[in-house]
Every structure is written in structure tokens, then in C-alpha cells.
Ligand binder design. Structure first.
Ligand code: MRU
Length: 356
């Protein structure tokens, strides 16, 4: 998708380095950063220079290639793979991408390791892009249906950033929006600010602006009243881990939005590529929920009068704060899952019909 009129993807490999857009600097500064070592990849994931389930998976796959470039000893590669998986716990894509990449490496001549890994990482990216495009084509039907009934702008609420910046291109939750916009269907997006890191305000609103899609940032607590007033036609969010029974783990606050949607008969859709399905965990209680540094809550970042990013304390000095990064929305609150293979019920049967 576009930034300042130019098409970008979120990650690519060029001249022995991996290039990413540093998302900690957006929306104020656009900076392309180079990852040269596997440690760089691990830190980029931990510090959220890259974030969003599909993108951290792709970064981990390229991270293994960077490890091989440094040292193609299999023990070092395996240790690096483990560290990559541990870099953030909730999104299943990390483990999925690392396992997929590592599977190719046993019994391979050391001079082939790098090429094989680079090919796999590129394939993971290309596949994600195609899957996200298909999510858009499938989700477009829902937006179109609402528009055909309403004959007026479709108001869509989204939480966090499940946009193209969280994937390779298109995004998951935003792909139906981009497809609707390209087709000429008028859409307006309510963008949840998404405290504490403000992925909605800083990233979703930014990327929608760059594509000239009307959007309004709202405080995270505003969605409920907008739904009561009939100002939300549908919600679409992403997911970091979807269980086989349709329970959905996503950015903290998603659950509360789903409850409000349920109470107000607003359709609540979750968009996902199949790489975010966890077929193993049977009970949502066993999903590892990331707890991040409380400084992300107690401090806030913005730019000062000299265009420099600055961090300031906003809480009482002595207060404790707790920063859980994800929550789980039970399947019963999810109207449907929009996947690359079609739309299904958020249930074991629904998922099984699409993914045998
Ligand atoms: O903590 P983040 O910014 O990595 O969280 C991102 C989300 O919660 C997204 O909704 C999710 O990864 C889906 S991305 C297509």
C-alpha cells in the first residue's frame, strides 16, 4: 500500500540485509531500518519496530536467514530459532513461521542453507500477501451487502492495527476496507486509539489517511456509545491466535468491543490468514498472554516543537500500572471469521469446513 504516494511492503531483503519500516517512529517519522543480525530481528520484534502477527512471523523467518549469514552452525541456528519464538509470546505466527523455516534445514549442505531459508521467508511473505488480498475479496461481500441495504456510507469500527503495516501488504481487518474503497463503496472507519501503544491512532489512521480513506480516531471507550447510537454498521478486527473452537485472542480491549457489539446487534467480524490458527491449544486459558512493561502505560510519546519524538510521564510517580497486551473474545461473540478461503462461523465446524 502507499506512503506519500509510493507503494511499499513492510519487509524485504536487499543486499544481505533485511529492511523494515520502523513502526515505533510512525506516524511522525518515516524511517527504513536495516536488520543485519538475528539479534537485530529479535530486538525489532521485542521493541515493536515490527509488530502485528503476520509481520512478526515474516521477520522471524528472515531472522533465521540472518542467523545463517552470521554463522551456519546448526546449533547456533537452532538456538536463534528458539530465541525468535520467545521474543513475543502471544501471536502464534512466530512459532508457525520459525517451524516452517526450520523444517527445511535438516540434512541440507551448509552452502545451501541460506538460499533455502531466504526462499522460504520470501514465500511466507508472498503467501501472506495473497492471503490478505483474498481476505479482502471475501470480506468485501459483507461490506457490499451492508451498503446495498443502507445505500449510504458504511461505518466500520476497528481496534488496534490489523492493517497492512501489521502484515506484508493489504492487512487483514483493513483488506475488506481497501477493497471496498477501491470498488467505490463509501466507507468511514472508526479507529480505536488502542492504548497504551496507540496502534490505532498512530498506525491504522496513518495508513488509512495515506490511502485517502475517511476515518476518525476515537478513545477506546467510545465504541459502545457509537454502537448504541447506530453509528457503527460492523466491526472488523484482526487476531494473534485463533483457537480451533473460534475463540479469538487479539489486542487488549477487543473483548469489550465484542461485548458492546453483541449487546447492540452490530456484526463483529474477525479477519485472519490461516497462519494465525492454533490447532493445538484447546482452552483459551492456556494462551500465553503477553504482559509488557508498565512504562508503556505510565509514559506517552509524541513529537515536540522541534519535531523530535519525546516521552513524558503521565501518571502519579508512585502509582503501579499493569500492562496486559491481549485478551480473548469467546467465539459466541464473533459473527464470523473472514479467512483467505472464505467466511465461516467462529466454531470448530466452521473452521473445519474451510481447513480440513
Ligand atoms: O501488539 P501488536 O501491535 O503486535 O498487536 C497487533 C494486533 O493485536 C493485531 O490485531 C493482530 O496482530 C492482527 S494483525 C493482522
Amino acid at each position: 500500500m502507499k506512503i506519500a504516494g509510493k507503494e511499499y511492503k513492510t519487509i524485504w531483503y536487499e543486499k544481505n540485509v533485511v529492511k523494515i519500516i520502523d513502526q515505533t517512529k510512525l506516524p511522525h517519522h518515516f524511517k527504513i531500518t536495516e536488520l543485519k543480525t538475528v539479534k537485530d530481528s529479535i530486538n525489532a520484534i521485542k521493541e515493536m519496530k515490527v509488530r502485528g502477527a503476520p509481520l512478526i512471523g515474516a521477520t522471524a523467518a528472515y531472522g533465521i536467514a540472518l542467523a545463517i549469514q552470521e554463522n551456519n552452525d546448526l546449533d547456533f541456528i537452532k538456538k536463534s530459532a528458539e530465541e525468535l519464538i520467545q521474543s513475543r509470546p502471544t501471536a502464534i505466527n512466530l512459532k508457525w513461521a520459525v517451524d516452517r523455516t526450520m523444517k527445511n534445514l535438516s540434512g541440507i549442505n551448509s552452502d545451501q542453507l541460506l538460499n533455502i531459508t531466504l526462499n522460504e521467508a520470501k514465500e511466507i511473505c508472498d503467501e501472506d500477501e495473497k492471503f490478505c488480498e483474498n481476505i479482502g475479496i471475501n470480506g468485501l461481500k459483507i461490506v457490499e451487502e451492508i451498503y446495498n441495504k443502507k445505500k449510504d456510507t458504511v461505518n466500520i469500527l476497528t481496534h488496534c492495527n490489523a492493517g497492512w503495516l501489521a502484515t506484508i501488504n493489504w492487512g487483514t481487518a483493513t483488506s475488506p476496507i481497501y477493497h471496498a474503497h477501491k470498488k467505490g463503496i463509501p466507507v468511514h472507519i472508526w479507529v480505536d486509539e488502542t492504548r497504551p501503544r496507540n496502534q490505532g491512532a498512530n498506525l491504522t489512521s496513518y495508513e488509512l489517511n495515506e490511502e485517502e480513506i475517511p476515518n476518525t480516531i476515537i478513545a477506546d471507550n467510545t465504541g459502545g456509545i457509537l454502537m448504541q447510537r447506530g453509528e457503527v454498521d460492523m466491526c472488523i478486527v484482526g487476531t494473534d491466535r485463533t483457537l480451533f473452537n473460534g475463540d479469538v485472542c487479539n489486542k487488549i480491549g477487543t473483548y469489550l468491543k465484542a461485548l458492546a457489539a453483541y449487546d447492540n446487534n452490530v456484526p463483529f467480524y474477525v479477519a485472519l490468514p490461516s497462519s494465525t490458527i492454533d490447532w493445538d491449544i484447546k482452552d483459551a486459558k492456556n494462551i500465553p498472554i503477553e504482559e509488557r512493561n508498565s512504562e508503556e502505560l505510565s509514559h506517552i510519546e509524541g513529537i515536540d516543537e522541534n519535531n523530535q519524538i519525546k516521552k513524558v510521564l503521565i501518571y502519579p510517580n508512585k502509582s503501579r500500572a499493569m500492562n496486559l497486551a491481549f485478551d480473548v473474545t469467546p467465539a459466541k461473540y464473533v459473527t464470523g471469521l473472514i479467512t483467505e478461503r472464505g467466511i465461516c462461523e467462529a466454531s470448530r465446524d466452521g473452521l473445519k469446513k474451510l481447513f480440513k
